[in-house]
Design a binder for this molecule. Structure first.
Ligand SMILES: [Zn+2]
Length: 301
């Protein structure tokens, strides 16, 4: 299987170290505001790509059901502890380059702080397009290489890579920043229409965060977010894109019918007690403790 390398948060304490104790209240609150501005008020089935420990999931309240997808099973276990097991949340460990869902299933998808780890961003975006139905809304956040800090550093010779060129920059292994034009062109190539652009984290500067009360910074950022329609020079950008074409799929009553084999594309899969089986290629995909696992097939005993 030749898919790009995956950034794996397995066993990571990302939620605790980065969000809960990492001084990220400002970033978290500005994201909450952006999501409120971009999300449809209601919907049936939302796919959260790179859900991690479910930090943003409670913000998708207007949706009947949410599929939390992450490559890391341990992140999903943390999400499960936070949100509980119910019919509302479906937990899926899978590779974004090989999504295990039938075409046109979802009426919305979100990908927040996740494209950041994609070595092949267009490939991932193409997968998202396939699983959205006509009229489906996609809310995408990406890290912006064309941000003021990078521009100044480049102009003053303190950074080698140019923030002005369209190709992604991998500044740390499997951490990518993107040019806004490049991301928008990819989305357009897949048939998405970009409806709204917001810029975030204008004040992500350590000194400001220490000196100015968070509430004030959040307010200033919430006002500045609208400038995203005109220019994008902040480190984080949110877009809402809509897909017009595509295959319409009624949401099946059985969750089993959501899935296809990520290796050969066959559906439906056959349900067994602790795995789903593909009748076409005979691969078995695990289901354990409320988490579907489509990363690697389980080996027969
Ligand atoms: Zn198969």
């Amino acid at each position: 299987m030749t898919t790009p390398p995956v950034c794996d948060y397995e066993g990571s304490d990302y939620q605790t170290s980065f969000w809960d104790q990492g001084g990220r209240e400002y970033e978290d609150r500005t994201e909450a505001i952006a999501l409120k501005r971009l999300l449809p008020k209601s919907g049936h089935l939302l796919l959260e790509l790179g859900a991690g420990a479910g930090r943003n999931t409670p913000r998708y309240l207007g949706f009947d059901r949410i599929v939390l997808l992450d490559y890391s099973r341990t992140q999903l276990e943390q999400a499960q502890q936070r949100l509980g097991r119910s019919d509302k949340y479906i937990y899926v460990a899978a590779d974004v380059y090989r999504l295990p869902f039938v075409d046109g299933l979802f009426d919305a998808a979100t990908m927040i702080r996740t494209l950041h780890h994609m070595a092949d961003a267009p490939k991932a975006l193409g997968q998202v397009k396939n699983v959205l139905g006509p009229g489906g809304v996609f809310i995408l956040e990406f890290a912006n290489k064309l941000n003021l800090k990078a521009i100044f550093r480049y102009l003053f010779g303190r950074q080698k890579w140019s923030p002005f060129t369209p190709e992604p920059v991998e500044f740390v292994k499997l951490n990518f920043d993107f040019h806004p034009k490049a991301v928008k062109n990819w989305l357009k190539d897949f048939g998405f229409k970009i409806e709204k652009t917001l810029t975030l984290s204008h004040f992500r500067i350590g000194l400001l965060k220490r000196m100015i009360p968070t509430g004030i910074l959040v307010f200033l950022d919430s006002v500045s977010q609208w400038t995203g329609a005109l220019w994008q020079l902040s480190p984080s950008v949110f877009v809402r894109a809509k897909i017009q074409s595509g295959k319409h799929q009624e949401i099946p009553n059985s969750i089993l019918l959501f899935f296809k084999c990520p290796d050969c594309g066959h559906s439906p899969l056959i349900e067994h007690k602790d795995y789903l089986e593909c009748s076409s290629c005979q691969k078995k995909w695990g289901f354990k403790d409320g988490i579907f696992d489509f990363r690697e097939p389980i080996l027969s005993a």
